[in-house]
Design a protein around this ligand. Structure first.
Ligand SMILES: *Cc1c(COP(=O)(O)O)cnc(C)c1O
Length: 353
């Protein structure tokens, strides 16, 4: 595909790596392309980073036709740059697009867009272990009319943000509260799609949890409020009496690439991993009997996030003595080792650029 590049005349200076934070600093450029029914995707371009101008009737502003992805470009120990399973993100974006009646991307074009963009912005890929260039592809419906229907016009964009280490202060297990009131999504809904509205609708529970001193909520399914689904915006895994359990993908759970990678790593290490329904009653029973050995969230941003405390109603339980568990630590070491190019990638997951 042809990508027209217009370079900025005012290049930014890269902030010190320990001052990056997450998603606050952006690179010099952004990628944009447009879609129109009948014409397909066109005008692929990289332009100086800047504001987006939209018609006030633009679909995204009224009916929330928006999807996104999140992946990282990592600086390898040998100085090169690589992505982690980027095709998985591209395929998931197309699944999200299909759910939201947005146009699909050509998979190979999407990979070329990511690669071309990261090459151009290479100087923004930070160097220290744990830091990365966070890549945010997103797409929105852009019809200039208020009719409710599948969009005829859309825009796809890619922006990138050099980001600091998630664990700049070390890996501290988090306190999580089981959410009994709000639900994130329901089966038949949009839970498996990375669409903007899912996050707008789930912030309230997170905010309420924060007021009570918890970092996030553990979501229950929206139909019976019985089965564990995810933790905040991460997938969740437990080690119960030797078995590793993660909720099966029922349609309301986002199929995380970190989740998938954890399952593959653990299986290779010889653990028994079950993707199945896990009820809150079974979890509480495991907590009370001391059979819950470890619990952690997993997602691209944190890789793994150990859960040290879990609250249900007015009871609070300590998990793994409030420390990171053995399996959680092994997963962290293996995945970050592969992502930052310190460990040999025996899975064929890294994509060097
Ligand atoms: C993105 C996301 C995840 C994690 O997916 P990864 O591909 O591992 O980053 C999990 N749950 C939700 C709700 C998400 O949005």
């Amino acid at each position: 595909m042809e990508i027209k590049i217009t370079k900025t005349t005012t290049p930014k200076t890269m902030p010190p790596e320990d001052k990056l934070g997450f998603g606050k600093v952006f690179t010099d450029h952004m990628f944009v392309m447009d879609y129109e029914e009948g014409r397909g995707w066109h005008d692929a371009r990289i332009v100086p980073f800047g504001y987006v101008s939209l018609h006030p009737a633009s679909t995204v502003l009224h009916y929330g036709a928006e999807i996104f992805e999140g992946l990282k470009a990592y600086r390898r120990a040998d100085g090169g740059v690589q992505m982690f399973r980027p095709m998985e993100n591209i395929r998931r974006m197309n699944n999200s697009a299909e759910r939201m009646s947005l146009p699909l991307l050509d998979e190979r074009d999407a990979l070329e867009i990511l690669t071309t963009f990261v090459r151009l912005e290479e100087r923004f890929v930070p160097k220290s272990f744990g830091t990365s260039l966070y890549l945010r592809p997103f797409m929105f419906g852009n019809d200039e009319s208020l009719g409710v229907h599948a969009v005829k016009r859309a825009t796809f964009m890619l922006i990138a943000s050099p980001s600091g280490s998630y664990y700049a202060e070390g890996i501290n297990p988090v306190k999580i509260m089981i959410e009994n009131e709000d639900v994130r999504t329901v089966r038949g809904g949009t839970g498996y799609a990375k669409c903007g509205g899912n996050y707008a609708a789930s912030t309230r529970a997170g905010e309420r949890a924060a007021k009570k001193g918890y970092s996030q909520v553990l979501w229950l399914d929206g139909v019976e409020r019985k089965y564990i689904e995810e933790v905040g915006a991460m997938n969740v895994m437990f080690k119960i009496d030797g078995e590793i359990v993660t909720p099966m993908l029922t349609g309301s759970i986002l199929p995380g690439i970190t989740r998938k990678s954890c399952i593959e790593v653990l299986t290779k290490m010889g653990y028994q991993v079950s993707e199945r329904l896990l009820s809150v009653d079974e979890l509480v029973e495991a907590l009370e009997s001391g059979k819950l050995e470890e619990a952690w969230g997993c997602g691209t941003a944190a890789v793994v996030s150990p859960i040290g405390k879990l609250a249900y109603g007015d009871k609070e339980y300590v998990v793994s003595g409030g420390k990171i568990g053995e399996v959680t630590q092994k997963l962290y070491d293996t995945l970050t080792g592969i992502q930052w190019g310190k460990l040999e990638d025996t899975f064929g997951w890294v994509y060097k650029i």
